[in-house]
Structures are given as structure tokens and as C-alpha cells.
Design a protein around this ligand. Structure first.
Ligand SMILES: [Zn+2]
Length: 135
């Protein structure tokens, strides 16, 4: 029987044990997982924290240059700070997202106004005819 190897997903951090590389596909992301160079037994002997840390480092190494730069200053032994930085970045993205949503809302509004104009559906006229009042 072949030995199990440790594989991890660099997208979501999921990890698992497989005998064959082709079976190492992340169940969440449906992407091929990467093999860890550590043996299955050595990995099992690590504490949860040590596993987390090892995987965090691997994930950072395999991430985009942008993320690497973002996380570079404290790559080693500081998950707390990494999490804080990520939290910061998420807040930034949330703010950006809100702005985008506002823009989309504004665009919707504008598009609706155009559609109404094109159809000759001016809101005031519509209300009057609804009430049965001749304009
Ligand atoms: Zn995944």
C-alpha cells in the first residue's frame, strides 16, 4: 500500500491526505491541491497550531505577488498580525464594494429614467391617468 501524503488547497486552506496526486482535489474549490513536502506521519505529529502555521506560510508563498507583498513584513511566526492585515484589507474591499454598489444604484436610476422617457411614461402623467383625471 502506498503511503499517504498531505495535500492542501492554496485557495481555501483545506487539507487532506491522499495516496494519489490525482485524487487530491479540493472538495470546495474543485482545484488540484498542492503536496506538502512533509511526511504524513510528521504532519500528524504536529499540533494544530503548527499545522496552521506551516500551511499559512505555504499559502502565502503560492499566492499572487500582490498578496505576498501585503503579507511579507511578518511572514514568520505572526499569524495574529497576518489576520489583522487581512482584516484591514477586507475592510478596504468592503468600502470599495459599497461605492461600487452605490454607482450601480445610480446607474439603475438613470437607466430607468431613460427607459421611462423613451416610452413616454412620465411619472406625473401616469399618476393622473391612474386616477382617471384627464391631463
Ligand atoms: Zn479549496
Amino acid at each position: 500500500m502506498r503511503e499517504l501524503s498531505v495535500y492542501y488547497c492554496s485557495k481555501c486552506g483545506y487539507y487532506g491526505y491522499y495516496q494519489l496526486q490525482r485524487n487530491a482535489v479540493c472538495p470546495k474549490c474543485k482545484v488540484e491541491m498542492n503536496a506538502l513536502s512533509i511526511s504524513y506521519q510528521d504532519f500528524m505529529d504536529l499540533s494544530c497550531e503548527a499545522r496552521d502555521e506551516m500551511l499559512s506560510l505555504h499559502i502565502i508563498e503560492s499566492s499572487s505577488p500582490y498578496v505576498q507583498r501585503l503579507l511579507a513584513p511578518h511572514k514568520v511566526n505572526n499569524n495574529r498580525e497576518i489576520i489583522a492585515r487581512m482584516g484591514d484589507r477586507i475592510t478596504e474591499l468592503e468600502i470599495e464594494n459599497e461605492k461600487l454598489n452605490q454607482t450601480i444604484e445610480w446607474m439603475h436610476q438613470t437607466i430607468w429614467e431613460l427607459v421611462r422617457k423613451n416610452k413616454g411614461m412620465v411619472p406625473d402623467d401616469k399618476t393622473n391617468s391612474d386616477k382617471g383625471i384627464d391631463p
